[in-house]
Design a protein around this ligand. Structure first.
Ligand SMILES: [Zn+2]
Length: 493
């Protein structure tokens, strides 16, 4: 087998997986059959494929072939989990809620007794139904990766494959937690005193969704205007939100459509889907701009680039572009210009400042949550996945977020393959990029065609370079959380 054959088959596989994902996620097809697609391309799973990519000296290709092995090996667990989740229900008193609806229900429940009881019940049901499966899945992934790399330490094996220095990132994350502890604690107290009405030490995880729900502002974020606003805003930067029609936006209501927005590339850069099922409020906007960022990033890639630069590489980069656009919905100037919040003079300015504060607390909550997750996930993968590690999960997450986390989530609240590290690196790169845009093009860079051209030039490269190399090019070396903390501090003070 030559490298060219391998790459051609890989592109075909990604194309078929992408289409299947789009058709089932958008509700065009009732059940996904990923297994059959993997089986049509078994050649990519054999030892020869591994040998060919080892000889190719292209880290992204080796990581991809190992990912395919993982994907096929864990597919039965993923399918069992999906099947279990679709039939499971949670019962509290005389009310029954589908397991998959519970999270949304909890987030939208103003009634504290109800959301706490529902979260408690859902956590117990989930642990009983899924923890065994999750343990087997994580162990299988560890086994496949360790064997392919030839390193029994899974953490070191992932670091080697991905090029991410996980230990160093965990040290930075630990420092971030220390550095922002007071800032976060004070801001969280201000927000939850008003929204939750209990002392800080009584907050539980079920309160976090409602604390950050920002429901007072729902009227300013009508879901039927998302696409129109995005087209206008990107247009002001000289960008085409559809990238000349390569981004297909699917907003039709359809039974079986996933509740959350998602983006899936079917061909890169020629055919990318952005699927949307709005449910109301600011979070629709943030999610839409995030997925639009992924979609525009895939659709903007130079078609002449190699397969691994168009499809593979460090996902911290596409996450950073998604975050660059979703963070616009946290920007006072952007909110004033592109939403109904801009109408009404000084009262409107006060409203925008209030919303911006709430969003900034939520942002630091998320950042601190992921910082804690990384340290925990390193410890978890060096354990035997037994329950002894559950206390460490609850302690770390509770200390970082200020909400008491249940220990039963210790296997479910895990991003396989250290995707948590990609998000953390994306936060670092995005904040550095946003700072550079402000420095070069001023605070309203989001309406400047020169800024648009600058960003598009970076997007055209796909993921040819990892996040740290992109950051170095804009003068930030090494990647750090400095720009993210710098941006949040004045908003929370
Ligand atoms: Zn994303």
């Amino acid at each position: 087998m030559t490298l060219d054959t391998l790459v051609a088959r890989g592109e075909q596989l990604n194309h078929e997986l992408g289409r299947e994902w789009y058709l089932t996620g958008a509700g065009h097809k009732p059940e996904a059959d990923f297994q059959a697609i993997y089986d049509r391309h078994l050649i990519l799973q054999d030892e020869e494929a591994l040998a060919v990519v080892r000889g190719a000296n292209e880290p992204a290709l080796l990581e991809w072939i190992v990912d395919l092995r993982v994907g096929r090996r864990v597919a039965p667990y993923a399918e069992q989990q999906l099947a279990w989740e679709q039939q499971a229900v949670v019962t509290v008193g005389d009310r029954t809620v589908p397991f998959l609806r519970a999270g949304i229900e909890i987030q939208n429940a103003a009634d504290r007794a109800w959301r706490t009881a529902l979260d408690h019940a859902a956590t117990a049901v989930g642990a009983a139904g899924l923890n065994g499966l999750r343990r087997d899945r994580l162990a299988a992934e560890r086994e496949v990766v360790s064997a392919a790399v030839g390193n029994d330490d899974y953490v070191a094996a992932v670091a080697h494959l991905s090029g991410m220095d996980l230990e160093r990132l965990a040290e930075q994350a630990e420092a971030l937690l220390g550095e922002t502890a007071d800032l976060y604690g004070d801001a969280l107290a201000r927000l939850t005193r008003r929204r939750i009405g209990v002392p800080l030490d009584a907050l539980v995880r079920a309160d976090s969704g409602w604390a950050f729900r920002a429901d007072d502002y729902d009227a300013a974020f009508p879901s039927d205007r998302l696409v129109e606003i995005a087209v206008r805003q990107m247009g002001e930067m000289g960008l085409d939100a559809t990238e000349a029609g390569r981004v297909h936006v699917d907003t039709e209501e359809r039974p079986g459509k996933q509740p959350r927005a998602f983006c899936v590339p079917v061909r890169v850069p020629d055919e990318v889907y952005l699927v949307l099922r709005p449910s109301g409020g600011h979070s629709d906007y943030r999610t839409f701009w995030h997925e639009l960022g992924h979609a525009m990033h895939f659709a903007a890639v130079d078609p002449d680039r190699a397969f691994h630069e168009r499809w593979l590489g460090d996902n911290s980069v596409t996450e950073a572009f998604a975050m660059l656009w979703d963070h616009l919905t946290l920007d006072a100037g952007w909110l004033g210009r592109h939403t109904a919040m801009g109408q009404g003079g000084s009262a409107a300015a006060g409203q925008i400042a209030d919303l911006q504060f709430e969003l900034a607390v939520a942002e630091l909550y998320l950042l601190r949550r992921y910082a804690a997750k990384l340290a925990y996930e390193i410890a978890l993968h060096r354990s035997d996945y037994r329950e002894e590690i559950a206390d460490e999960y609850a302690e770390r997450l509770t200390a970082a977020t200020g909400f008491r986390y249940p220990r039963e989530l210790y296997l479910r609240d895990v991003d396989p393959g250290f995707y948590s590290a990609r998000y953390l690196r994306a936060w670092q790169l995005e904040a550095a990029l946003a700072r550079a845009l402000v420095e070069q093009f001023d605070i309203d860079w989001f309406r400047n065609p020169r800024a648009g051209a600058f960003v598009r030039e970076l997007m055209r490269r796909g993921q040819a370079d990892p996040a740290d190399r992109v950051a170095a090019e804009i003068g930030v070396d090494p990647l750090s959380f400095d720009a993210a903390v710098e941006r949040l501090t004045p908003l929370l003070a």
